[in-house]
Design a protein around this ligand. Structure first.
Ligand code: PHE
Length: 353
């Protein structure tokens, strides 16, 4: 499988390391350095197999390439996956992160990283002990710009407004029903933006502690995981893991649009077509979830203030999503194809489109 996964992938390089001490596999996928140094989060979780971990790294790294290319930012796409054994102790986890940092450092700038599913700004502080200066989104006390989550959420919030404008001819959210799947660092911040703007929030999560804490907060309604796809709402917002828009779930959806933060929401490219046939407006994930990476890089490398970061994220998502919806309508193609076309034009050097 490893052979065919890499053969069929259109990226540049894959770096593998088996970390003997912990039994973890580290995979760094460098998808494209066409627009700049490969940049992407570090995902840490247990996988059923090495193939599954590799597949995740390859797909996620391509997503990062497209993410940066749509707004024409000077970064390439990469992603690291650390496939850990279940029950890794916290001491072992720390030393693994330090060895991982040393590997990133050794790559000498080929790959820069920040937090993703399973890692935090506190983890970036540890990785940066050996991995600086290629580690982003450390804590503010560790010298970084902190968590990207709230910025990603702000971009998704703006994306939801753009989708509402398209669907209902007004961007106001008063009384709009939004269902958020996954109340992690992005989902919860998103719920706050939305409810402040008058949205009616329901959420689904699998973490019992999070459910207990959030149920009834600001009037949030809890939806069990078994009903998350078939629940009626205006906007469905996937903010957990990828692959959730597929042949099984798309026929169940009772929403007008899908606008969320999770990476790789489509099970496969053909699922974009099924959403279109069902007249569900899909905001491509890599267009909508640029906020975190964009803000962190701007704050840490370009001296943006928080205010500027917020403004730039909102403008970038509004502008890009508007263009994607227009191109999709004009050319009669899915929004996913439209977004990929825009990204590819930027990668080919056509800066005016
Ligand atoms: N998890 C972020 C994403 O998928 C990755 C990231 C965060 C990259 C912060 C750089 C800085 O976009």
């Amino acid at each position: 499988m490893v052979e065919s996964l890499i053969k069929d992938w259109d990226g540049e390089n894959v770096i593998f390391r088996h970390d003997k001490q912990s039994g973890a596999w580290i995979i760094i996928a460098i998808h494209s350095t066409r627009l700049g140094p490969a940049t992407g989060g570090t995902r840490m979780k247990s996988y059923r197999s090495l193939d599954e971990a590799l597949r995740d790294a390859l797909r996620l790294s391509a997503g990062m390439t497209y993410k940066f290319a749509v707004p024409d930012l000077p970064y390439g796409g990469g992603k690291a996956v650390i496939a850990v054994p279940p029950n890794l102790g916290s001491g072992d986890r720390k030393s693994l992160l330090r060895r991982y940092g040393a590997l990133v450092k050794q790559l000498g700038g080929l790959f820069s990283t920040g937090p993703d599913v399973g890692t935090s700004s506190e983890d970036m502080d540890i990785i940066a002990e050996t991995g600086a200066p290629y580690i982003f989104a450390r804590t503010s006390s560790g010298g970084g710009a902190g968590s990207p989550g709230p910025y990603t959420a702000l971009g998704v919030f703006e994306g939801i407004r753009v989708a509402c404008e398209k669907l209902f001819a007004e961007s106001g959210l008063n009384g709009r029903k939004i269902l958020i799947q996954g109340m992690g660092s992005v989902g919860e911040a998103l719920a706050e933006f939305l409810s402040e703007a008058g949205g009616e929030i329901s959420f689904s999560d699998i973490d019992e502690a999070a459910i207990a804490r959030l149920k009834g907060k600001r009037g949030y309604e809890f939806i069990p995981a078994s009903e998350v796809y078939s629940s009626e709402c205006d906007i469905f917002s996937p903010c957990a893991l990828g692959g959730i828009l597929n042949t099984e779930t798309i026929p169940q959806l009772k929403c007008r649009a899908v606008v969320g933060a999770a990476n790789n929401q489509l099970g496969e490219p053909g699922d974009a077509e099924s959403l279109r046939e069902r007249k569900i407006l899909y905001a491509p994930d890599f267009v909508t979830n640029i906020g975190g990476a964009m803000a962190i890089m701007g704050l840490e490398l370009d001296g943006w203030t928080n205010e500027k970061a917020r403004e730039n994220v909102r403008n970038a998502v509004r502008f890009a999503l508007g263009k994607v919806f227009d191109l999709s309508a004009m050319e009669d193609i899915t929004t996913d194809s439209a977004a990929r076309r825009i990204a590819e034009e930027h990668m080919a050097g056509n800066r005016d489109s």
